[in-house]
Design a protein around this ligand. Sequence first.
Ligand SMILES: Nc1ncnc2c1ncn2[C@@H]1O[C@H](COP(=O)(O)OP(=O)(O)OP(=O)(O)O)[C@@H](O)[C@H]1O
Length: 489
Amino acid sequence: SGFVIQSKVCGSDHIAYSNCHGHELFYINGELKEKESFCKALHSFDVNDCTFENYLGSSCSGLDLDLSLADSPLKPERSLLQKEVREESPSHDLSQDTPKEKTLSPPYKAGIGAAGVIVMCCTFLCPCLYKKKKATTHTVLEKDPKSTDSISPFNVNSASEKVPPSPLRVPPSPSRFSQSPKLSRLGSVHLNLQQVARATRNFSPSLQIGEGGFGTVYKAELDDGQVVAIKRAKKEHFANLRTEFSSEVELLAKIDHRNLVKLLGYVDKGNERLIITEYVPNGTLREHLDVQRGKILDFNQRLEISIDVAHGLTYLHLYAEKQIIHRDVKSSNILLTESMRAKVADFGFARMGPVDSDQTHISTKVKGTVGYLDPEYMRTYQLTPKSDVYSFGILLLEILTGRRPVEPRKPADERVTLRWVFKKYNEGNVVDMVDRLMEEKVDTEVLYSMFTLAIQCAAPIRSERPDMKVVVEHLWGIRAEYLKGVKKG
Ligand SMILES: Nc1ncnc2c1ncn2[C@@H]1O[C@H](COP(=O)(O)OP(=O)(O)OP(=O)(O)O)[C@@H](O)[C@H]1O
């Protein structure tokens, strides 16, 4: 396919290389590196018996390397915030702030500094994917903790499909629910296969509303007139999808919140796996940011959508019967209603949080979508709700700037949105970053608060990220401040 990815863990470092039709990218611990320093690092790994296959024979050959480790690429780089900061308790409510006071707490400072130089590990995939796939699609990564010693080349699907599925998606490891007795009926909709076939006019392509890694989504009208979305698993993934199917169904069944897409029922019979959810009629957030749905989102709508998503995630993390980590928070998984309320969808990757109260994380295969993946989770395989907080930070940047997490067509130094934002933020240039499609002139301090929060959420170290509940409180404060400004005119 002309697309090669290799990755490996050497000691505590994660190294990765991608070659997309001759366009090479080099990463160490999620950080984009120059070829020369990458090769130097590989040499030092090699000396310590951790060989990155073929590196000397291919990309790193012919380089005149000074192999002294004096300027080792593994030395942590830290750029500090230029703004003065003041201490702030984690539950600090920004509604109490005056605009000038709104700054970051010291623990966040280093995180934000590092955020400027650390690129999400996953971004090494993107240039090829964007060349090959429609802009609205994405790729989902999986990395198995047990396979850290192997070099894994991936291939990417061809672009010929109308709406390509996620080519790298593999079902998650069995959840503890896979052994539990099958629920036969959930929510308020009880359907048999004949009823589903009737409602979808035999899965008519004219009722198809989307396609994801799991399968195809149809809009359907039930006999009682209720309109629902029906997700149908692809047959070719059947053998593997069973676990994912049951995991998605059973997680969704337990939750009920206005900012989370409601599961109404499911069918698990013979050759069919179907999930029936409420139909959310107004497309995805990504479609709205791309102005594929008519009007451009104004700032107030963007703020309300951010708050809705934060509410949904807080519920999953804190108030669901068992803690749920979504694992795939992204703009194409946020569905909008007619009144522009947001609902978080797609719990295919959802994962229960730790069972014991003294356990802070669960070890799991790395899953999620390129560009949104928590670098600490990538490195350690430890999943906590803070991985969702990271993805939420990236989502906030999308909402504010309109950009995707990675913009492969931009010049190299502007490609990774988080990095680009951090640079401009440090230059005090928040107004410049706002989505140009949005004509409204928003108060600079409000923008500054939003970008500050987004960068905090996307801190490379999870302990430096706020909890979702704290994020909600900050967003409420920002909204109060914004509305004050709007009233004043
Ligand atoms: N409940 C729903 N109501 C309305 N439209 C929906 C609903 N669920 C999904 N869709 C539409 O179907 C598309 C595909 O959804 P799906 O969740 O299967 O895939 P995805 O999120 O794009 O990809 P993946 O599952 O691989 O992450 C969505 O982008 C959306 O446009």
